[in-house]
Design a protein around this ligand. Structure first.
Ligand code: KG4
Ligand code: ZN
Length: 368
């Protein structure tokens, strides 16, 4: 079964075709990063207007890729899938409207997909020539960690397609913590990739010597605080204190005025220390969550899962728990539509007329 997926929840306009939930036949992503860079973050109105401009071309290109690979075009598409939340309302609307139109024109069912759940499908996506990726239904129960610009959530998947949040960040997402630090340090947007690279160079430059890291707080919320909303503090994080600690450190060390200069030579140590605090807390929460029950896999998805140090640390955590770690190929870590088309094969909670009648849901939760 071939499903064509459409994704437009934030600043990527994407379309893909996936066979039987795992084999990616076409995958096109137009990223708007350059449009948002001058503003240091995603501007919703710029994002939705760019989706309107690009979506038809992105769909057409995905269909061309499908034809080139299989010799067949839209006639071989059995269903259309689309992200209907969470995300920016005005961006989601563009993809949903396009998907409704396409499904109606093709006379094929429409399937609504949750963006966070879809990030956790990315380790199961493979392309022609890859070693076959595992089948998700063989790996239940699994623990999922979705780490992106908007979300940091630990999710238990008792069977594949069932989702229960067991922990989350109480404020900023991990990606947001990277992006805000990069903005403060003048490193540009998005912050994750540049912090990852600069920290890697810092550690490599030590030549095996012990790093002299700044002790930034490892955001572990206190038990009983109301923001936990009933979740166990052991599986939750908070990154707002870390961000403030970085600001305080910079103000104290280099001055708080607008003319402040942070010497370029100091940046790698600051950046590496900051990244270490984020990675340490993500690894610690994951290690605790893995003790809840006998999971068959740790599944990690989202843009932040590209982070080299996080990948390594989660590898250690999974090995200590005796559980396989499933990470996506780098091209499927950030936002894409292959994850939407792939998950739609397995998860059908919003299909057909119900999907055609649905609105976007910017605050959709895993398991909704
Ligand atoms: O999943 P994603 O593409 O979009 C959302 O759904 O939010 O994630 C984007 C986030 C950004 O905050 C970006 O800074 C972060 O992923 N990111 C990284 C890395 N590459 C992207 N964070 C840490 N290290 C990276 N290498
Ligand atoms: Zn995402």
């Amino acid at each position: 079964m071939n499903i064509l997926g459409i994704e437009s929840s934030c600043d990527e306009t994407a379309c893909a075709v996936v066979k039987d939930g795992r084999e990616v036949l076409a995958n096109v992503v137009y990223t708007q990063i350059k449009l948002h860079q001058p503003w240091g973050g995603v501007v919703p109105e710029i994002a939705s207007r760019a989706h309107v401009e690009k979506i038809s071309g992105v769909i057409a290109e995905a269909v061309r890729e499908l034809e080139a690979k299989t010799g067949k075009g839209l006639e071989s598409v059995d269903a259309v899938a689309v992200t209907y939340g969470p995300g920016l309302a005005s961006s989601l609307l563009v993809g949903l409207a396009a998907a409704k139109g396409l499904a109606l024109a093709l006379g094929k069912p429409l399937i609504g997909v949750n963006h966070i759940e879809a990030h956790l499908h990315t380790p199961f996506l493979c392309e022609l020539g890859d070693t076959p990726c595992p089948a998700p239904e063989d790996l239940s129960p699994a623990l999922g960690l979705a780490v992106s610009g908007g979300h940091t959530t630990w999710i238990e998947m008792p069977t594949y397609g069932e989702y229960a949040i067991i922990g989350q960040t109480l404020d900023d997402a991990a990606g947001e913590a990277f992006d805000k630090a990069a903005k403060l340090l003048g490193l540009g947007y998005p912050g994750g990739p540049v912090i990852d690279r600069v920290a890697k160079e810092y550690f490599a430059g030590l030549g095996g010597a012990k790093p002299d890291l700044i002790a930034f707080p490892k955001g572990r919320p206190r038990a009983g605080v109301s923001a936990l909303a009933g979740l166990d503090a052991d599986y939750c994080t908070s990154f707002s204190g870390l961000k403030t600690a970085l600001l305080n450190y910079v103000n104290k060390t280099y001055g708080a005025g607008a003319d402040r200069v942070i010497p370029a030579a100091d940046l790698p140590r600051i950046v590496a220390s900051y990244q270490e605090a984020i990675v340490a807390v993500l690894a610690d929460r994951t290690a605790r969550a893995l003790k809840r029950r006998a999971y068959k896999a740790l599944i990690v998805g989202g843009g932040v899962s590209l982070n080299g140090r996080l990948r390594a640390k989660l590898g250690e955590v999974a090995a200590a728990a005796g559980v396989p770690l499933l990470l996506a190929k780098p091209k499927f870590c950030g936002d894409n539509a292959a994850m939407i088309a792939g998950l739609a094969h397995y998860r059908r909670n919003l299909v057909g007329d119900a999907a055609l009648a649905t609105d976007v849901n910017p605050t959709l939760q895993p398991g909704d």
